[in-house]
Design a protein around this ligand. Structure first.
Ligand code: GLN
Length: 494
């Protein structure tokens, strides 16, 4: 059962090959047997999942169930889930049980999806490797010595290890697309404002956006159909009509103009990644698309601009964690200042502290103009590069990450080398555009490589269509991680 995509499971559930309860039990059993290898879950909500599955079976029996009814998914641990720990990968929130659901959690539950639990992540979504999690690193199911990417590393590892059919993630600077690329999955970062941020623990509010991680573009479309909504509880939610993201998956892409930015194919790009991305572009040409060299001249400024803006916003957002209102509180504080200081000192990990320091510095009087305002000006230039490019092309294609998954521990002691991983994903967030990562092959050492497509504002339907068409012509997305004997035993029983 765990080999099936959402689209396949929809049919099986309706044909009564198995029930949602059986499917959910199967996934819970796999998590129990296998997740000690991957550490992809922080919390497994078995009872709640089985209860939702029972309700889903009743809805399926009535015959009018929605697409996701009875499908086992999991949520990144930064989406508030009523009555279930929402730790954000941090000691600070390791005791936080929200009294309400995030809008997307509510939307997916209303669509009948069964939540298996909460997935591991970099602390407060800061990172590209999942190594900054208070709950320990998650491992890449393709190679457990490697990171699954971050910050939605657990969400990607869970889908790649077939411990959930699809998951939710958040992408502030690449955290859906990069782990999807490292784990051989399809991950969509919607346009800023398309999906509600209400109930999603804030990292950098002007960049954060939730989206799905799935096996295929079709599954991502089914997830987005349920996730996307206008939400008056999120003041940046955009009230424009939602497409049916499934409806246009089969549109022809003949004549599609694909922009290929020269800046995405320069020094620092791994040879295997370059070869596989170029092969994917050649495949698109065969399918009737045309390739157009373009320039996004301010790409090299994305890392410095992002690593000022994101920490600045984070330093403000994280000031609410003071030991008074939420989360961790130190023992026996001497006075109020001691309470603040020690609660934050004990509750936050190193990367989070580093960003609070950088952000507070960049926002402080005397440095605001030199750093924060300058970074915002650069952000505007990056956005303009895309606005200009989209007058000539329909989508922009390139690599997601300069290299396939790196080893655990390889970059964790050098923050700058970790930040450099984000070069191709950050510009999409700075501009507020949508982007998708889809598998385009395996490197010479058998690690997945992703192709990134960036779309214009609210062009999710187009991106999913272009990705789906690729998946109709190739089978990279069908390759699955080689999982150890324990899972094979389980497979043979199914
Ligand atoms: N790797 C980037 C960072 O560390 C992006 C993280 C994200 O998208 N949440 O900030």
């Amino acid at each position: 059962m765990h080999h099936y995509t959402i689209a396949e499971l929809m049919k099986s559930l309706r044909n009564k090959e198995f029930s949602s309860v059986e499917l959910t039990q199967h996934y819970l059993e796999r998590i129990k047997q296998l997740d000690s290898q991957f550490n992809s879950y922080i919390t497994v909500s078995s009872e709640q999942a089985l209860l939702s599955a029972q309700q889903a079976d009743q809805a399926l029996a009535k015959g009018n169930a929605s697409d996701l009814c009875g499908i086992p998914i999991a949520h990144k641990d930064l989406f508030c889930t009523q009555g279930t720990l929402t730790s954000c990968g941090s000691k600070m929130l390791s005791n936080f049980v929200p009294p309400y659901n995030a809008t997307i959690v509510e939307n997916l539950a209303n669509a009948g999806a069964v939540s298996l639990g909460k997935t591991n992540m970099d602390e407060f979504a800061m990172g590209s490797s999942n190594e900054s999690s208070f709950y320990g690193a998650s491992k890449n199911p393709w190679n457990i010595d490697c990171v699954p990417g971050g910050s939605s590393g657990g969400s990607a590892a869970a889908v790649a290890a077939q411990l959930a059919v699809a998951t939710t993630g958040s992408d502030t600077g690449g955290s859906i697309r990069q782990p999807a690329s490292f784990c051989g999955l399809t991950g969509l970062k919607p346009t800023y404002g398309r999906v509600s941020r209400w109930g999603m623990v804030a990292y950098a509010s002007s960049l954060d956006q939730a989206g799905p991680i799935a096996r295929t573009a079709e599954d991502a479309a089914i997830m987005l159909n349920a996730m996307a909504s206008f939400d008056d509880k999120d003041s940046t939610s955009v009230d424009i009509e939602k497409s049916d993201y499934k409806a246009s998956l089969n549109d022809s892409i003949k004549g599609l103009r694909i922009g290929v930015p020269e800046e995405y194919f320069q020094d620092g790009l791994d040879n295997d990644v370059a070869t596989l991305v170029n092969a994917a572009l050649a495949e698109y040409e065969k399918m009737g698309a045309t390739l157009h060299p373009i320039s996004l001249p301010h790409t090299h400024l994305a890392i410095p601009a992002y690593y000022v803006i994101a920490p600045a916003e984070a330093s403000a957002n994280l000031s609410r964690f003071d030991g008074v209102r939420y989360g961790h509180r130190c023992d026996d504080p001497k006075d109020l200042m001691d309470l603040y200081k020690r609660s934050r000192e004990e509750g936050f990990g190193d990367e989070v502290k580093r960003r609070i320091l950088v952000g507070a510095y960049a926002l402080s009087a005397g440095y605001y103009d030199a750093y924060y305002r300058k970074a915002q000006q650069v952000r505007r230039l990056i956005k303009q590069d895309f606005v200009d490019a989209f007058t000539q092309v329909d989508v922009i294609a390139g690599p997601v990450v300069p290299n396939p998954a790196f080893g655990i521990g390889e970059k964790s002691t050098n923050p700058v080398s970790m930040y450099l991983e984000d070069i191709y994903t950050l510009p999409t967030n700075l501009a507020g555009l949508c982007g998708i990562s889809l598998p385009c092959g395996l490197s010479s050492d058998n690690k997945p490589v992703g192709l990134q497509l960036t779309g214009n504002y609210f062009a999710e339907a187009k991106l999913l269509n272009v990705a789906h068409q690729f998946q109709q012509h190739t089978d990279h997305h069908k390759k699955t991680a080689p999982i150890s004997n324990a899972s094979n035993k389980l497979n043979s029983n199914q």
